[in-house]
Design a protein around this ligand. Structure first.
Ligand code: ZN
Length: 427
């Protein structure tokens, strides 16, 4: 009885696995490969059509051998003639998708936004026509240099154009310096300098491996899980020679090549933050910066709230603990330097609880201070937020007197113990 029940269970399990159980989820970190500046990244280095085709075919071979379905981003100025259109068709025939990367690769942060949109629209029209003649639709756009606008107006107008024209911004999570190896590689190859080529190849591989490791660590820490990735590569000759080893290395380190639809369905891509800067960087570094921005604003709000509470309970020392030792306090009556002197000034002007009344500080504007940094690999990165300027309205209410109110401009620096006020101009 017992053994026949066990047999039945085994039979049921076999039947289930053979006929009804879904396939196990694929293993490995999903990775979308994207290739910028198609058909060939540098027309200046590769004017010869035969060379352009050889590069294209080798890039496609490396992808095909590993079952990669990539998205190629076309810079339409690089499509010079019929032969270059044919190179785009090789990508399409190999099962890859093509997206728009503008016509002349303009930098949104250095080009009037209307001019930038006109250029990107010119690229879109040309590529959309090429695709629709082949029964395909254009879905993706990638910002040249990953620069999405240094001002709110630039960002808003570029995004509105994307929405109007039905294109989706295809972000990058793994920003790399692969294109910077193209010129040294081509020069060494033309001299037939094997030693130099081998050296460039090693640097290419090491640089990409480190860039992938660093940015994946940032993404995984932000989301507390294994994040899917979007790798940025360029259509280069050095890539044509190095992609096989690069892609094999990625598989060995636990990556699984995935489609754009699979990767972009991940919630990590749902709500990319506004990143206003004159440079571009990978998505995880943008999100990390946006979180630092939120944290900084919350810390500053909390600091001013604690200050107001201390004042309102008559504790001038606690109120002034938000000030740096060397604070400079400026008011219509003059300038006071140093925290101790600021405390003495307040004590003189507000000698008791009644005179102090209760203080409210309403934050009207916060602007954080940070800049561009460069990683050891040459990637531009947002620097840590190290300060802020704040405009606030102060209001002192006293039961027996009229309410006093005014504005204050604070400059804050962020040290190991958080933000401190280094300048205070109250009026
Ligand atoms: Zn580009």
């Amino acid at each position: 009885m017992r053994s026949s029940a066990a047999l039945l269970l085994v039979a049921a399990a076999v039947a289930a696995s053979a006929f009804s159980s879904p396939a196990p989820p694929p293993r490995g970190r999903p990775l979308l490969v994207t290739v910028d500046d198609l058909p060939v990244s540098s027309a200046r280095l590769h004017p010869d059509p035969g060379e352009r085709e050889r590069i294209t075919r080798r890039l496609l071979d490396a992808l095909r051998a590993r079952g990669v379905r990539a998205v190629g981003l076309v810079t339409w100025r690089n499509v010079r003639d019929e032969e270059d259109r044919r190179l785009l068709d090789l990508w399409l025939e190999a099962g890859h998708e093509l997206g728009n990367h503008s016509f002349a690769h303009p930098d949104l942060t250095r080009t009037p936004v209307a001019e930038w949109i006109a250029d990107a629209e010119r690229g879109r029209e040309a590529l959309a026509a090429h695709l629709s003649a082949r029964g395909l639709a254009l879905r993706f756009f990638r910002f040249p240099f990953l620069r999405e606008g240094a001002t709110e107006a630039e960002r808003r107008e570029a995004r509105a154009w994307l929405a109007r024209s039905g294109q989706r911004d295809l972000p990058v999570t793994l920003d790399t310096q692969d294109a910077s190896f193209e010129e040294p590689w081509v020069e060494a190859r033309r001299r037939d300098d094997r030693q130099e080529m081998a050296r460039v190849a090693e640097d290419f591989q090491a640089s990409l491996r480190l860039a992938v490791e660093r940015q994946e660590r940032v993404g995984d820490e932000l989301f507390g899980r294994t994040t899917p990735q979007i790798l940025l590569l360029h259509a280069t000759e050095v890539g044509a020679e190095q992609w096989a080893r690069l892609l094999d290395g990625l598989q060995e380190s636990g990556h699984r090549f995935a489609t754009a639809d699979e990767v972009l369905a991940d919630p990590a891509f749902a709500d990319p933050p506004a990143f206003l800067a004159s440079f571009g960087c990978g998505l995880w570094d943008r999100i990390a910066h946006a979180r630092d921005e939120e944290r900084s604003r919350a810390e500053i709000e909390a600091l001013l709230h604690r200050q107001a509470e201390a004042w309102s309970r008559g504790d001038v020392e606690a109120f002034a603990s938000a000030y740096d030792d060397d604070v400079l306090f400026v008011s219509p009556s003059g300038m006071t330097r140093g925290r101790a002197e600021v405390i003495a000034r307040y004590r003189e002007r507000y000698p008791d609880r009644l005179a102090m009344g209760s203080l409210a500080l309403e934050v009207l504007d916060v602007r954080t201070v940070w800049g561009r940094e460069t990683s050891p690999l040459g990637d531009a990165l947002p620097g840590r937020i190290h300060g802020a300027t704040v405009v606030a309205r102060w209001t002192i209410s006293r039961p027996d007197r009229s309410t006093a109110s005014g504005l204050t401009l604070l400059a804050l620096e962020r040290g190991p113990d958080g933000f401190r006020i280094v300048r205070d101009a109250s009026m």
